[in-house]
Design a binder for this molecule. Structure first.
Ligand code: PXP
Length: 236
C-alpha cells in the first residue's frame, strides 16, 4: 500500500507569515525519511499554500512519486507539462472552499477531462481522477481513459457509527468497480490516525493520500523538542 503524504498544510503555516518557514520542501524530504512512498501537493489557482517554486524544487528532490493535484485548467496543464510530476490527480476547485469538497463531476465534464488526460498522458504522466464513491463516476472515469481514480473518503471520514459503515461499504464497492474496469484505485481525504485502518484494509487498493492529519500530528509530536531547543538557546 502506497502512502502519499500531502504537505500542503506545511505551506499553509508558512503563508501565515508569508515568509520562508516552514519550508514544504524540507517537510517533503523528512516525510521521505519517515517512509512516505510519495509526496502530493495541490497547486491552487490562488496559490494559497503551495507555490510554483515549491513544485519546481520538489520535482528535483522527490526521488519517487510526486503527485500534483490540480484543476483541469489550461494554466495548470501547462505547468504539469513543464514540471512533469510522476502523476497528476485532477480535482474540482472552488476559490471559496477551505479544502476540496467533493469529487469531480465526471459526467458533465467528460469531454474536457478526456482532452486534458490525453495531453497530460502524452507527456508520460499518469492521471488519476478524484471522484465520489459511485459506480457511475467510475464507469465514466474509465471512458475518459484515466489511469486511476482516487475515491473520495470525506463522507466516510466525517460520518459516525452505522452511517460510517455505510460510507465504508460505498468505498469498498467503488474500489472493486474500479479494479474490475482495469483502473488503479486509490483513496483519500479526511483520513486520520483513528479512521484509516478500515480503509487501508480494502483489498486491491493501490494507495492512500493523506495530508491534514499527518501535518497536524507533526506539529504536536515536534512541539516538545522545539520548545526544549529554544529553552536551551535562551538559558545562559
Ligand atoms: N486527496 C485529494 C484529492 C485532496 O484534495 C486532498 C486534500 O488536499 C487529500 C487527498 C488529502 O486530504 P486530507 O488533507 O484531508 O488528508
Amino acid at each position: 500500500m502506497i502512502l502519499g503524504v500531502n504537505i500542503d498544510h506545511v505551506a499553509t503555516v508558512r503563508e501565515a507569515r508569508k515568509g520562508m518557514e516552514p519550508d514544504p520542501v524540507m517537510a517533503a524530504t523528512l516525510a521521505v525519511l519517515g517512509g512516505a512512498d510519495g509526496i502530493t501537493v495541490h497547486l491552487r489557482e490562488d496559490r494559497r499554500h503551495i507555490h510554483d517554486r515549491d513544485l519546481k524544487i520538489l520535482r528535483e528532490v522527490v526521488p519517487f512519486e510526486l503527485n500534483l493535484e490540480m484543476a483541469a485548467t489550461k494554466e495548470m496543464i501547462g505547468i504539469a507539462l513543464r514540471v512533469k510530476p510522476d502523476m497528476v490527480t485532477l480535482v474540482p476547485e472552488k476559490r471559496e472552499e477551505l479544502t476540496t469538497e467533493g469529487g469531480l463531476d465526471v459526467k458533465w465534464q467528460k469531454s474536457k477531462l478526456k482532452n486534458a488526460i490525453k495531453r497530460i498522458q502524452g507527456a508520460g504522466i499518469l492521471v488519476s481522477l478524484f471522484i465520489d464513491p459511485s459506480t457511475d463516476a467510475i464507469a465514466v472515469s474509465k471512458e475518459t481513459c484515466a489511469d486511476m481514480v482516487e475515491i473520495h473518503t470525506g463522507l466516510y471520514a466525517n460520518a459516525k457509527g452505522n452511517k460510517q459503515q455505510k460510507e465504508l461499504i460505498k468505498v469498498v464497492r467503488s474500489v472493486k468497480d474500479a479494479l474490475s474496469l482495469g483502473l488503479g484505485a486509490n483513496a483519500g481525504h479526511g483520513l486520520n490516525y483513528f479512521n484509516v485502518k478500515s480503509v487501508a484494509g480494502i483489498e486491491g487498493l493501490r494507495g492512500l493520500y493523506i495530508g491534514h492529519s499527518i501535518v497536524s500530528r507533526a506539529v504536536l509530536v515536534g512541539m516538545e523538542r522545539a520548545v526544549r531547543e529554544m529553552k536551551e538557546l535562551i538559558s545562559g
